[in-house]
Design a protein around this ligand. Structure first.
Ligand code: NAG
Ligand code: NAG
Ligand code: NAG
Ligand code: NAG
Length: 588
């Protein structure tokens, strides 16, 4: 080949890489629907579709136990929480979907989210209590007297899935079923078993809403499985019905938001404090995704499929429990065609990485890589690089406002909310922000109203600010990127942080030399465990001093400062209102 031809060939290749597949350049936001404000939010977005700074909206969340009979035109059995009578909002949602699409916005429907992924008893027992310490262990101490035995349904198994202030009951939670009476699921089971490259596959179809389930590890404790078994009584496969619903609503795609930390920790292999393997959860997640892939091919071939993925999901080294570290790495390694369907080609909705709800508290080894910075931008770059290294094209995620993790009532100074400098660092340092774009949680979540500035939390940025910059990076010439997320009734957005389940979950990690863990997070939780006693250092600010007596609630002056008193380490923060006080944090 002559030199000119070589140059031309190279130029062609570069051009091909620089132009992402049509529809893959996305500025996306999740929209949490609820009966009170959901309809107004959806209407406002639809009426302003041409000028909002996102070109994709994720309606969230439908239940993983949903039922939808094609042609029935009702959301009655989807648990989407839009309206509770008539057609449960079907016609309304369908009308707004068409209006959004006419304005150039794709609409996806998401299944899952934190509350539709949490099994309170098992998550408490094997993700948190098991390790005897960790960033969420204080809940077991405070409400359960320090042991899993003290956590029960009356104290919502010690409030691990949601904080006590949310007043949750078992009805608020649902887990992903294995609908093994369906021929579609049986087909998926054979494919997964045939491709299994880890331990032998063990299915658990008996974990179905309302059933009594005996703890498979202690073989004694019996709990009721969260969720409904309606899909069993009508003999349907919820993952297939999800695609039927998408077709009848005219949606552009469906989204799988799977975050079953309880499943990984209950069915892990390994012993003691690890490291463990989460092969069974790789099989379960991939089976659900494959069931959706097969349904799309059979029922609605134009439909795209995306997935939410954990920040540590593509990180392949040892797993110490508590997060879903490596889940997407192994799913891609063993079943590459499933990842490929979601990330390349006509059906690619993308792999959306929940790179938020991270912590910089290294007492729990939360910082993934001590050689680079532990602040939000540095951590996000680290996690996105693990996806790139694993060969999984992925889209970066942002969270607006107060993070759910670490718990703001317990460790507020190690939260790392999204600031302008972090956003700038991510947009400049994560290469795919210009090709596949980004997404955020959530369109109407307010910025954090806690005191900001040098003595408070970092000054985080609002949803419109984030959306405009993310949009401008991936769609540089689009006029919509200068638009705003429309306020409701001319007033400011109404969703409060505490009402929101989040989609995320983040991660903790491990220090390279020390066998420890950290876990990931999610709405309010995380867990982690460490086997090594580590000296606490205040990373945010303030000297470590000593004091005496119970200091809880007494005034302090330096945000992030710590003090050791009677073996309790107190941290100075805005626990409530605008006054800095000492709060119990950990032992010392
Ligand atoms: C639940 O646990 C709490 C705290 O450990 C205990 O006081 C309460 O009696 C338990 N309730 C039931 C119904 O077992
Ligand atoms: C939980 O219940 C308390 C007491 O009834 C109430 O003040 C609070 O607003 C409730 N929280 C939520 C999130 O509904
Ligand atoms: C399971 O599927 C078979 C065959 O479709 C059907 O006859 C049976 O009623 C189903 N069982 C339940 C519990 O739905
Ligand atoms: C904060 O402290 C001031 C002065 O001590 C007091 O008057 C005020 O009530 C406190 N505010 C809150 C929210 O606790």
């Amino acid at each position: 080949m002559n030199p000119l031809a070589v140059l031309l060939a190279v130029a062609t290749t570069v051009a091909a890489l620089a132009t992402p597949p049509v529809g893959n350049a996305v500025s996306a936001g999740y929209l949490l629907l609820n009966p009170t404000t959901g309809p107004a939010k959806l209407k406002a977005l639809a009426e302003n579709a041409a000028t909002i700074p996102v070109n994709r909206i994720y309606l969230s969340f439908v239940a993983p136990t949903m039922v939808y009979v094609p042609g029935s035109n009702t959301l009655q059995y989807s648990d989407i929480g839009y309206s509770s009578s008539g057609d449960y909002g079907f016609a309304d949602v369908k009308k707004y979907v068409a209006q959004l699409q006419a304005g150039g916005v794709e609409v996806f429907l998401s299944m899952g989210g934190w509350n539709y992924n949490c099994y309170p008893y098992l998550y408490m027992k094997y993700s948190i209590a098991y390790f005897g310490k960790g960033p969420n262990y204080w809940k077991i101490t405070q409400y359960g007297g320090g042991s899993a035995a003290g956590c029960n349904e009356s104290n919502m198994w010690c409030y691990v899935c949601e904080p006590q202030s949310e007043n949750t009951t078992l009805k608020d939670f649902i887990v992903f079923p294995e609908p093994d009476n369906a021929s579609t699921w049986k087909a998926v089971q054979s494919t997964i078993a045939a491709g299994a490259k880890g331990e032998a596959v063990k299915w658990h179809p008996e974990i179905v809403g309302g059933a009594k389930f005996t703890d498979p590890v202690d073989k004694q404790t019996v709990t009721t499985v969260p969720g409904s078994n309606y899909f069993v009584t009508v003999n349907r496969d919820p993952y297939t019905d999800f695609v039927y619903l998408a077709k009848d609503l005219g949606l552009d795609g469906v989204d799988l938001d799977y975050e079953e930390m309880w499943h990984a920790d209950t069915f892990r292999s390994g012993s003691g404090t690890g490291p463990f393997k989460l092969d069974q959860t790789v099989y379960k997640y991939t089976a659900i995704a494959l069931d959706m892939v097969n349904a799309i091919k059979a029922i609605y071939p134009e439909c795209k499929l995306s997935t939410a993925a954990g920040a540590a999901g593509a990180w392949s080294n040892n797993w110490w429990g508590g997060n879903l570290k490596g889940l997407w790495y192994y799913s891609n390694l063993w079943y590459p065609e499933v990842t490929k369907f979601m990330s390349a080609g006509a059906n690619a909705g993308g792999i959306n990485v929940m790179t938020y709800d991270l912590s910089n508290n290294n007492v729990y080894f939360e910082c993934p890589d001590t050689t680079s910075n532990c602040e939000l931008g540095g951590q996000v770059k680290f996690y996105m690089n693990t996806y790139a290294t694993a060969g999984i094209p992925a889209r970066v995620g942002y969270e607006i406002g107060q993070p759910a993790y670490p718990d703001p009532s317990n460790d507020p100074t190690h939260q790392i909310p999204l600031t302008q400098s972090a956003l700038t660092e991510i947009l400049n340092g994560v290469p795919n922000t210009g090709s596949v774009g980004g997404f955020f949680w959530e369109l109407y979540k307010p910025k954090n109203s806690a005191p900001t500035g040098p003595s408070g939390q970092p000054n985080n940025i609002d949803a419109t600010t984030v959306a405009q910059q993310m949009c401008a990076k991936v769609l540089p010439n689009a006029a919509r990127c200068k638009g705003v997320i429309p306020p409701l009734d001319g007033s400011s957005p109404v969703t409060t942080a505490s009402q929101l389940p989040t989609t995320s979950s983040a991660v903790p990690t491990t220090s390279s030399a020390v066998p420890t863990t950290s876990a990931v997070k999610s709405s309010t939780t995380s867990s982690k465990k460490t086997t090594t006693k580590t000296t606490t250092k205040a990373t945010t600010a303030g000297p470590v001093t000593t004091g005496s007596g119970d200091l809880s609630g007494t005034a302090c002056t330096v945000f992030g400062g710590t003090v050791c008193s009677n073996k309790v380490l107190y941290q100075c923060a805005y626990y409530s209102g605008n006054n800095l006080t000492w709060g119990k944090w950990t032992t010392c």
